[in-house]
Each structure stands twice: as structure tokens, then as C-alpha cells.
Design a protein around this ligand. Structure first.
Ligand code: SF4
Length: 256
């Protein structure tokens, strides 16, 4: 189906908001292109999802999704905002000649983990991984940076590249204040994230053994995998983690 057929279908769903509908359709097409190009491969656990909910990661790998269109649109807009933030900074840093290998996919085949780095930089301290983060003003001013989830993500990149320094550049979403922090590989954090990847693959493989290559819809898989999935950690669909989770509807449709 081409973009304009998609747009017509989406405008119908949007009920009279054509500009918003066209924007959403373009984003959705971009997402489909990423999947088709293999940029979002299922062969590895992604560094950016490893620090988050294990149940969601397993559902995502199994391809068991149940897309609520309203939620999908909102989450794709959040992703798009994130991409724009990255492109803005990466563009300027590349022009300045300090950033290279941006969006390079790095991986480790033993643990089957990987992800795309924001880039590498050389600013007088040897080669470093660059991580660009745009966060709300509350964690920006009140939390110790880098956040734990970002340390875990960076640890995967450092492990995969053998470059043991990550330079985080945090930007506040509210006023574009910056904080720059260098994080060196912490073996305890790395051990935690590697052990998470081992456990996550165990869950994924157990589910695959149970459902085989059969079409992975919620209806066909639910009974077979409900006891094999990681336990649901969200109590209600309205809490923050669930409302930001693409897999929330599938997660709650399966006994947890
Ligand atoms: S709804 Fe909560 S428990 Fe379920 S997959 Fe999403 S984050 Fe995980």
C-alpha cells in the first residue's frame, strides 16, 4: 500500500485532522521502511530497550503486538521528536568535524545484544562514545546523571565497541540547558545488563519453543506463553510505564 492510500485511511481514522493525519502517515511509513531495511533487526536485543521492561522486550521479539492506533500515533510522535533532537546535534557536531560513525550499528554475537550509537567523538580525551539525551526538566535538575537506564545502555555500546568512555550530553526539554558528563565503564553495571540479556533470551527461547513458527497473534499464542513470559510489572494500564509502553495492550490481554 502506497503512502497516499495510507494517508486516506489514516485521515478517515483522524476524523477531520488532515495535516496531523499526513504527518502520522509519513512517520508510520518511515517506521515500516526501517523494519523492511533490517535497521530494526530482531536478531539482537537492543541496548535502548534492555534497561526497560523485560516482558515488553520479549513480546516485541515474538512479534506479538496489538496496536492501539491512538497510542501508536502518540508514541511515534515521541520517537520523531527524539530523532529531530539527535539530528540537530549530530548535524552540528559533524559539521564541526568532531563526530563520526553516527548511527553505527554495534553488536556482540555471544550475548546477541547491540544497537546504534549516536556517534563517536574525539574532543581531546581519545576516542569516546557519544550519547545524546533529551530529558524533562525534573530529572535534568533533580536526578544524578547519567540515569541508571542510560548507564546500562551505554555499557552495552562500550562492551560492543571496546571503547570504555561514554560522553553523555543531556539537554533539558523545557529550556535546552545542557549538562555534559563522562561515564567510564562500570563492571557491576555491565555485569547486570549482560545477565539481563541472558535471562531475556531464555524467556524468548522458551516462548519460541512453545509457539513455534505459528502466526504469533495474541489469540493463538496467549494460552501457550502466559506462564512462560516474565511477570507483568504494571498494575494498571494507566500508570506511567504502561501508558508509554507500545506493548501495553498485548501485555494486559495475556494473563500475567
Ligand atoms: S504494560 Fe508494563 S508490564 Fe506490560 S509490557 Fe508494558 S511496561 Fe511491561
Amino acid at each position: 500500500m502506497g503512502l497516499f492510500e495510507d494517508v486516506e485511511a489514516i485521515i478517515d481514522m483522524h476524523g477531520g485532522s488532515p495535516v496531523s493525519a499526513i504527518y502520522d502517515a509519513v512517520m508510520w511509513n518511515r517506521r515500516l521502511e526501517e523494519i523492511a531495511s533490517g535497521k530494526r533487526t530482531n536478531s539482537y536485543l537492543h541496548a535502548s530497550s534492555l534497561p526497560y521492561c523485560m516482558r515488553g522486550t520479549v513480546l516485541s521479539h515474538l512479534g506479538i503486538v496489538f496496536l492501539n492506533p491512538d497510542k501508536m500515533r502518540k508514541i511515534l510522535r515521541i520517537f520523531d521528536n527524539g530523532h529531530a533532537f539527535h539530528e540537530r546535534l549530530q548535524g552540528s557536531l559533524k559539521k564541526a568535524g568532531v563526530l563520526y560513525d553516527d548511527e553505527l550499528f554495534v553488536c556482540n554475537d555471544d550475548y546477541r545484544i547491540g544497537g546504534s550509537i549516536d556517534g563517536k567523538v574525539e574532543v581531546g580525551f581519545g576516542e569516546e562514545i557519544l550519547e545524546l539525551k533529551s530529558i524533562n526538566s525534573f530529572p535534568f535538575s533533580k536526578s544524578e546523571l547519567p540515569l541508571e537506564k542510560h548507564k546500562e545502555q551505554a555499557s552495552v555500546y562500550m562492551f560492543c565497541t571496546g571503547i570504555y568512555r561514554t560522553r553523555f550530553l543531556y539537554e533539558s526539554k523545557n529550556d535546552q540547558e545542557h549538562k555534559e558528563i563522562v561515564y567510564r565503564l562500570d563492571e557491576d553495571v555491565l555485569a547486570r545488563v549482560l545477565s539481563k540479556s541472558v535471562v531475556t533470551w531464555r524467556y524468548i527461547n522458551a516462548c519460541i519453543d512453545a509457539i513455534g513458527d505459528s502466526p504469533r497473534s495474541i489469540d493463538s499464542a496467549s494460552d501457550k506463553i502466559s506462564d512462560l513470559l516474565p511477570i507483568r510489572t504494571c498494575i494498571t494500564k494507566n500508570q506511567k510505564e504502561a501508558s508509554n509502553c507500545l506493548h501495553c495492550d498485548a501485555c494486559f490481554a495475556i494473563k500475567g
